[in-house]
Design a binder for this molecule. Structure first.
Ligand SMILES: [Fe+2]
Length: 383
């Protein structure tokens, strides 16, 4: 097992106002800011740009990243990086801009096309350290992409999500500034928080010896139990926003150990069906826990999860079996449906999604093996 974490993680309320200083530390003179239109419109770039001006770092904003970033978004950002003579990339936003930025830094100096670097591609080309300095400034608390080695990029030719992954794609500097999440609306707070919860819960359940990841995940779940509903019901609760940003990063640091079937199922529900990623994870999580509870190895792990989620005290098995209900209780509190009814999933959709879920890179680490039949049953049960 190899662990890779970013070199510098700054965690402080208002820290994004020091972006220019941190970019200077990395030797940047001309930055490509990778973001999306929503982030730009709500003014989350303002303080960052002001600090770059103060540090005399020129910048160009690429705001063309789509909600599920594609190989074409990467190509557009890359063109701008080269035409503007940039030497540093700063991703600002949720998982999509951060993942797209990973694609952009990868392709600045690596030969060929991005498809040749996708995980699982036959004769995949190696990803080396030939990348420009990269900083990440998350504006949501869910994906944890700022501390993860991987990025998800949609292949527009094959119309499926693919992965690029390497320690070289980790940002050199991460700025965790919870003030940037203060304006997140309640529904987005709920969805992204459920993504973070799924990362922590899936990571802890993976059968692998990685106590550091388990410790991260345990703390992440504890923070989410303490603060997700608070952040959802009062966005200006600074303590809750702070906890959620930390929990999000912990989740992604924990899932270096692996994820599980929840993510394989969720990756098919967005964008194809239109279920936001975090909602898809939250909805599928209780079904996955019930399925996994049949594997004995998960009992102590879900007992831990349940304990962090506020379970009634009891024996290990009794505690573990409370875990799915506790997740469902959280979904209710957050106004998130417990089924996929709102999205009108058809039998034909299920057939295609179950096949594609089997091709996904996450479920091989699930503590109980999954078949196409099991995938089909998950989707049907969640109808
Ligand atoms: Fe996720």
């Amino acid at each position: 097992m190899i662990y890779n974490y970013p070199q510098n993680i700054y965690f402080h309320w208002g820290e994004s106002k020091n972006t220019g200083e941190h970019a200077t530390e990395l030797g940047g003179r001309r930055a490509l800011i990778v973001t999306d239109k929503g982030v730009r419109q709500v003014g989350l770039l303002d303080d960052i740009c002001t600090s770059l001006d103060a540090a005399k770092i020129a910048y160009t904003v690429f705001d063309g990243v789509q909600p599920n970033p594609t190989d074409l978004n990467v190509a557009d950002g890359l063109n701008l990086y080269h035409s503007e003579g940039c030497d540093i990339v700063i991703a600002v936003g949720g998982g999509s801009p951060m993942d797209a930025a990973k694609g952009i830094i990868l392709m600045t100096k690596h030969p060929g096309i991005i498809k040749e670097y996708f995980t699982g591609e036959p004769n995949r080309r190696p990803i080396t350290g030939a990348v420009p300095p990269f900083m990440a400034v998350p504006t949501t608390s869910g994906t944890g992409s700022e501390v993860s080695r991987g990025g998800i990029i949609s292949d527009t030719q094959e119309n499926r999500k693919r992965v690029i992954s390497s320690k070289h794609l980790l940002p050199k500097t991460v700025i965790l500034d919870p003030s940037l999440t203060e304006t997140m609306p309640p529904q987005l707070t709920a969805y992204t928080g459920l993504d973070a919860l799924s990362h922590n819960v899936e990571a802890i359940a993976v059968d692998a010896y990685a106590p550091i990841c388990d410790a991260f995940a345990k703390t992440g779940i504890e923070l989410i139990h303490r603060s997700l509903f608070k952040a959802y019901s009062d966005g200006s609760d600074r303590g809750a926003r702070r906890d959620m940003m930390y929990a999000s990063s912990l989740g992604a640091m924990a899932f270096q150990k692996g994820l599980g079937v929840v993510h394989s199922l969720a990756h098919q529900l967005s964008p194809q069906i239109g279920v936001p990623h975090g909602a898809a994870c939250g909805i599928m999580l209780p079904y996955a826990i019930r399925y996994n509870l049949q594997a004995e190895s998960t009992i102590p792990k879900y007992s831990e999860v349940a304990q962090q989620l506020g379970a009634a005290p009891g024996g290990q098995r009794a505690m573990a079996y409370q875990a799915p209900q506790l997740v469902e209780r959280l979904l209710e509190q957050l106004g998130v449906p417990k089924t996929l009814k709102d999205w009108n999933v058809t039998e034909e959709d299920i057939e295609i999604m179950a096949k594609n879920a089997m091709l996904d890179h996450c479920h091989p680490r699930n503590p109980r093996p999954c078949t196409e039949e099991a995938m089909t049953r998950f989707y049907r049960d969640a109808q």
